[in-house]
Design a protein around this ligand. Structure first.
Ligand code: ATP
Length: 342
């Protein structure tokens, strides 16, 4: 009987300008001041948190030296990371990699550079008639840089990277999983612009279409996800990675869900050379000149990026253990001989 006279009101996370007001109020209450540019950056950093959480973090930041400074921004990020982790469904991933850390995958990198132009100028692009970028699906051989690409994309777009953990979405009560999925989507939208990364998509939605109890839940979860992908208007760029694309339902692969589907295969000679360069330079830049990369490339046909990283790591470790003082081609060669590529 009461239903008809009740209006549903879903409280949203505070928007950027609302967060700015919260910060200004907080600063005034504490008889302090804040620079305009810092307030702007902080409002962006606080997206996806509730007013209570924002105030808690501000209190802590203020407690250290009695005012809010640029140094506190880093603190805000680490605290936010914790709060998101505590919510239990999403995880904020720290970004260390840049585009230069990917060897090869030139088409993919060029495509991302073009998406970046759209993603960083959304209002202008929209006015021009460009659709909101939806995301991409990367499929292919394990260890060929799928996860690496997800991290690099967030770095390139200069937005946070959130990882959706499907294992944590599944709850034990009826309807809990769907609710968790909705919560995750809402949180990602509140934090947007951001990159939402779903690792091993085929595992997340495995067993779809079957008729046991568990499969029904995955089918419904999948439905929620598909509808969101279709209707999505917020700047959340979804990156899904999969090892086995054939176990994914065809609805997911059709045009209109993802902007593009990429396949990453084993690196060719040129690409392996670049991957060797990246990993040797990361660990022993001083020894790079003396190393014969060409012969290493010739010996590593059918090696994945992760295999190559593995042999470089082994070589470095062994040369250190021998007290050799520098990394040589022989050490890496030996590691190659002891390795069987996946
Ligand atoms: P999985 O399917 O098993 O999750 P993946 O394709 O996601 O594998 P990554 O985690 O991206 O693999 O790669 C593993 C590691 O291998 C990376 O951390 C990176 O150091 C190295 N690697 C893989 N591919 C490349 C590449 N193209 N350039 C440079 N490094 C690479």
């Amino acid at each position: 009987e009461l239903e008809k006279i009740i209006t549903i009101n879903e409280p949203e996370y505070p928007e950027k300008n609302e967060i700015a007001t919260i910060i200004h109020d907080f600063v005034n209450e504490n008889e302090s001041t804040i620079a305009d540019d810092l307030c702007e950056e902080m409002s962006l950093a606080f997206k996806g948190l509730t007013e209570f959480e924002i105030r808690c973090i501000l209190q802590l930041a203020m407690a250290t030296n009695g005012e809010l400074t640029h140094n506190d921004l880093k603190f805000v990020f680490t605290q936010k990371k914790q709060m998101i982790k505590k919510s239990g469904i999403l995880e904020m991933i720290e970004l260390k990699e840049s585009v230069n850390d990917i060897g090869g995958l030139e088409n993919l990198k060029a495509w991302l550079e073009r998406k970046k132009i759209v993603f960083k100028n959304i209002p202008k692009a929209k006015e021009y008639g460009v659709d909101m970028p939806k995301g991409m699906l990367i499929a292919g051989v394990p260890g060929c840089g799928k996860s690496l690409t997800a991290k690099v994309t967030a770095q390139l777009f200069e937005v946070p990277l959130l990882r959706l953990d499907m294992g944590k979405i599944l709850g034990k009560y009826v309807g809990e999983s769907e609710e968790n999925m909705r919560k995750a989507i809402k949180l990602a939208e509140a934090i947007s612009p951001c990159v939402l990364w779903i690792d091993e998509l085929e595992k997340a939605f495995s067993g779809m279409g079957g008729n046991s109890e568990g499969n029904e839940v995955t089918t419904r979860l999948f439905g929620t996800f598909l509808t969101w992908m279709q209707e999505k208007k917020s700047p959340v760029f979804v990156i899904a990675t999969a090892n086995n694309i054939t176990s994914l339902p065809p609805e997911l692969l059709r045009k209109g869900r993802f902007d593009e589907i990429f396949y990453v295969g084993l690196p060719n000679d040129e690409e392996r050379k670049k991957i060797f360069e990246i990993h040797i330079n990361k660990r022993r830049p001083q020894d790079f000149k003396a190393i014969d990369v060409i012969s290493l490339v010739a010996k590593t046909k059918d090696y994945s990026g992760a295999d190559i990283e593995g042999v470089v790591k082994d070589g470095v470790e062994n040369s250190f253990a021998d007290g050799n003082g520098s990394l040589t081609t022989e050490y890496i060669m030996k590691a190659i001989e002891n390795t069987r590529p996946l």
